[in-house]
Structures are given as structure tokens and as C-alpha cells.
Design a protein around this ligand. Structure first.
Ligand SMILES: [Ca+2]
Ligand SMILES: [Ca+2]
Length: 505
């Protein structure tokens, strides 16, 4: 039991510290929600960290309390869930991930109207083995579940025990009891190894109640724990939820985060490492301290995610742009901005030939405008950018391909393009003679009268000078084309030359 605990503490410190050093310990990123769809759902998405792809569990608030929604791994590291929308009011989402002896979660949030004296408003962290300590009569020191909560300015840790209340002193047994929760900043733990401890006990000359700071090394060597090395920095509040066998320890976040050794706050990842413990002090002759139980390691992600599905405005599309991006290609972009910070369920470009492509977001932070872009070498003149945050109401903007049109005369790359013979007769190859005044990228192809590319003649760089290309009158599938009108188009840099061909069979 004690060996296991030592290993767990070490694991905790190393996991938390190393993760903060080398990996983003925010297990989830890019939390975002859509508008309410016609199915009366909002779609929630997030990314999880590569290598830590633990299946997230999602709870959402509803009029009938917290409900679970399954999260699906939709692509890569992206997880998605459909949240049934409440007709009115705000909804919240809490995520939790549990693996081995480690839980990562968003604590329950206490707003102005949330009662922090009700266990139902806390987020469940994890269960703990029932039966420690093995001595009879210590059910109050046996942690069986842990809970978490936060408000805008406090952090709450709930310890549920195996019954017997939360006594701090037993006169007949000459014992005092300590209920405590260790708090660490995973991002600075390895630099200064400072841990913080909320302590609930009776001061019998060993330690009194309060918020302390201590070198984490003193906790690892808990069998020789020296409370003299603990420095009190503030008070804590405790609250026993007697009907639920749960003790709530809480401290002011500012007392914690304003301590010089805590580090910057809010931190990059907004996380706090938490571990709940119970201890027994033999106040007979020895004042001996024994650790009696320890809950699982937890990392609280101090993030609240809330949204109001009944309120929705459609997004705005700003600054649509088409810019050249190399030979015969362009870069299409626009900015997407939504008042409710909804991400788009539809984000597509529809070209004039009906081709539909997905625009790619350059960020997933919808609290600000997000640039969507798409690189294409598609042959197009007009296109429509089409977005929707709820898959029902759409916002569109039409764009023109201006990349081959310029106010300034383009440097003329092709000085001549001739075709022989024209009209084209049966089985006679068509020759294109052209003169280039500089080395350039050339894309030459034959198109039918519907504008469909039927054969690529050349795609690559050509040096300056005279060149010729030959078309054997066949399409890409090596079939001889039928009689009719065709076009040979040669794109050189940003200039395009087209020659009409009459094929007579
Ligand atoms: Ca236990
Ligand atoms: Ca919206």
C-alpha cells in the first residue's frame, strides 16, 4: 500500500512535470460548438493531443441534469459529439478522460446561481479503492471518490469517504486526522518543485488548517514528512456535505496563483495538478504521522465551456480574396466571423463547373475571425464561397477569378502560337509552334466545346525560344476524338493563349 502510494506520487510528479515540459498538457484543444441544427442539436468538436489520445467522456447540462453524449473520433485527433439543444437558456459542457490512475477533467463550474453545497454540481473525478486503511475504525480516512469544482475565483476538491463523518480528533484514541489536497502547477513544477497543500485538521501541535506551500520532495518522502517545512500562505474553507459523506476543501485561486513560486497564471494550459490524501497523527508519545489513503492523480483543466443554442446569428464572410499562387493556380481565401463563436458545419467553395471543395481553416479559435483558404489549379472564372454554422442557414459570397486579368499589360511570354493544319483532317497530327521570350512553366491541353479537358499535351518548364507540340487527335484514353470544335489552350505563367480547332473526320 505505501509502496504503491510512493510510486503513484512519483508518477504524478513526473507525468505532470514532464508533460508540461515536453507536451502540451491541455489534453483537449480547439473546443468549439456549432449553431443549433434542424435536428435540434449543437455539434461540439475538439482535438486531443497526439500520444494522449484517450477517449474523452462528455457531459452536457440539460433541464433534467447532466447527461452523457458519446464522443466519436471523426478524423485524426478530432472528436465530435451531438448535444441535444435546450429550447432556452445556457448549456455547459464538461470533458473528462481517465486512463490508468490518471484523470484529466474540467471541474464543475459554480456561477452566481450554482450551489456549491450540492454534490451534483461538482464534476466526478474518480473512484478510489475501498478498504484502506486496513485497520478497523478508520472508514473516515478511506477515500472512495473524488470530486472537483471551480468558480471564477476558487478551486474546490471534494473527498468522499467510506462513512464516519470527517472527525479531526479522537480523544480516546489520542489521534488527530488530516484531510488534505496537494495542488501543483504542472508547468512550473519541475523548475522549482513547489507544491501547495490545502490542509483540514485540528492543530495538535503538528500542523493547523490552511493553505501551505512546500517542496514537493517533502511529500514524496511522506514517511518522514516534516510539517515544519510547510509554510502557510493563506486560509482555506472546508464544508462537509454530510448526506454525501463528502468533505469539500477550497481555497482562493488568487492566494494560490499570486504566490511567487506558482508561476504565470492563467498558464498556457490552464491546468492544476491535484491529489487528495488522508493522514493520521498519533498524538500519544510520538506525534507520528501516517499517510492512510491517497486518491488518484487528477489534472483539473480550469476551463468553462458554455453556449446558448437558442441564440444564433449567421456568420459573416469578410475580405474574400483571390491571389495568384504560381503558374495556373491561385489562392482563394476569406475571413469567417461569428457572433456566437460557432464554427462552420459547411465551409465550401463551389466552382462554376459545379466542383465543390472544402475550404481549410487556418485556426480553430472562433472567438476571433478565422481565415479560410484553398489553393487550386482548377480552371474557373466564377465561384461561390458557402458557409453555414447550423447546416440550415447559409451565407454566400461570389468571387471572380481575376488572377489572369491584369490592369498592367502582362509581359508577353508567348509571342506566337500557330496551329497547322486547321481545319484538322483525319489522322493528321496537329502541330503547335510557339515562341517563348523567357523560360516559364507551360501547361498545354486540349479542351472540348463543353470546356472539359480531354488531353494534356505538356505540363512543365520550357526554356525560351521556339517550341512545337503535337496532338495526335486522341483523348487521354487514347481514343480518336469525334468531329467538332476543340480548343488548344496554352498557359504560360499568367498568360493564356487559346486556339480554336475544327476537327473534321
Ligand atoms: Ca480508498
Ligand atoms: Ca452563429
Amino acid at each position: 500500500m505505501q509502496k504503491r502510494n510512493t510510486l503513484l506520487v512519483l508518477l504524478f510528479l513526473l507525468t505532470a512535470g514532464l508533460a508540461a515540459q515536453f507536451v502540451d498538457i491541455s489534453l483537449w484543444s480547439n473546443l468549439r460548438i456549432s449553431g443549433e441544427t434542424s435536428n435540434q442539436e449543437s455539434i461540439f468538436r475538439c482535438e486531443t493531443i497526439d500520444g494522449y489520445a484517450i477517449q474523452p467522456e462528455l457531459l452536457y447540462s440539460s433541464a433534467s441534469g447532466w447527461q452523457a453524449a458519446p464522443m466519436t473520433n471523426t478524423s485524426g485527433l478530432t472528436f465530435e459529439a451531438a448535444i441535444p439543444a435546450e429550447p432556452t437558456g445556457e448549456q455547459s459542457i464538461r470533458l473528462r478522460a481517465h486512463q490508468d490512475s490518471f484523470t484529466f477533467l474540467m471541474p464543475g463550474y459554480f456561477g452566481a446561481t450554482t450551489n456549491e453545497n450540492q454534490l451534483v454540481n461538482y464534476a466526478f473525478v474518480s473512484t478510489d479503492t475501498i478498504g484502506e486503511p486496513t485497520n478497523t475504525g478508520y472508514t473516515h480516512l478511506d477515500i472512495i471518490e473524488e470530486y472537483s469544482g471551480m468558480s471564477d475565483n476558487r478551486i474546490y476538491v471534494g473527498i468522499m469517504n467510506n462513512g464516519g463523518g470527517f472527525p479531526v480528533f479522537n480523544l480516546f484514541a489520542a489521534e488527530a486526522y488530516i484531510y488534505l489536497s496537494v495542488l501543483v502547477n504542472p508547468e512550473t513544477l519541475l523548475q522549482d518543485s513547489t507544491a501547495y497543500v490545502m490542509v483540514h485538521t485540528l492543530d495538535v501541535g503538528v500542523i493547523g488548517p490552511g493553505l501551505y506551500k512546500v517542496d514537493a520532495g517533502a511529500l514524496i518522502d511522506y514517511q518522514n514528512i516534516d510539517f515544519n517545512s510547510f509554510t502557510q500562505i493563506a486560509d482555506i474553507q472546508t464544508n462537509e456535505l454530510s448526506g454525501d459523506d463528502t468533505l469539500i476543501l477550497s481555497c482562493d485561486l488568487n492566494d494560490l496563483t499570486s504566490d511567487p513560486e506558482w508561476g504565470p497564471w492563467p498558464s498556457n494550459t490552464n491546468t492544476i495538478g491535484v491529489i487528495a490524501l488522508t493522514m493520521l497523527i498519533d498524538i500519544g508519545t510520538q506525534m507520528n504521522v501516517t499517510m492512510t489513503d491517497m486518491a488518484e492523480v487528477a489534472v483539473f483543466h480550469m476551463k468553462r465551456f458554455a453556449f446558448t443554442p437558442s441564440q444564433n446569428t449567421i456568420p459573416q464572410l469578410l475580405l474574400p480574396q483571390v491571389v495568384p499562387a504560381g503558374p495556373a493556380s491561385c489562392y482563394i481565401s476569406c475571413y469567417y466571423l461569428d457572433a456566437e463563436e460557432n464554427f462552420p458545419l459547411v465551409r465550401e467553395i463551389v466552382f462554376d463547373d459545379g466542383t465543390v471543395e472544402s475550404l481549410v481553416p487556418e485556426s480553430q479559435d472562433y472567438s476571433d475571425s478565422v481565415r479560410f483558404s484553398f489553393w487550386t489549379d482548377h480552371d474557373w472564372s466564377t465561384a461561390t464561397l458557402r458557409f453555414s454554422d447550423n447546416n440550415t442557414d447559409f451565407v454566400t459570397v461570389d468571387i471572380l477569378n481575376t488572377t489572369s486579368i491584369s490592369d498592367e499589360p502582362e509581359p508577353k511570354v508567348i509571342t506566337s502560337l500557330q496551329v497547322m493544319p486547321n481545319p484538322v483532317s483525319r489522322n493528321a497530327p496537329v502541330s503547335f509552334a510557339m515562341k517563348l521570350d523567357s523560360a516559364t512553366r507551360i501547361d498545354a491541353a486540349i479542351f472540348n466545346i463543353k470546356g472539359q479537358k480531354i488531353r494534356v499535351l505538356y505540363a512543365g518548364t520550357m526554356v525560351s525560344g521556339n517550341h512545337s507540340l503535337v496532338w495526335d487527335g486522341k483523348n487521354t484514353n487514347q481514343q480518336t476524338v469525334s468531329s467538332g470544335i476543340y480548343f488548344a489552350r496554352v498557359r504560360a505563367g499568367q498568360t493564356v493563349s487559346t486556339v480554336k480547332l475544327a476537327v473534321i473526320r
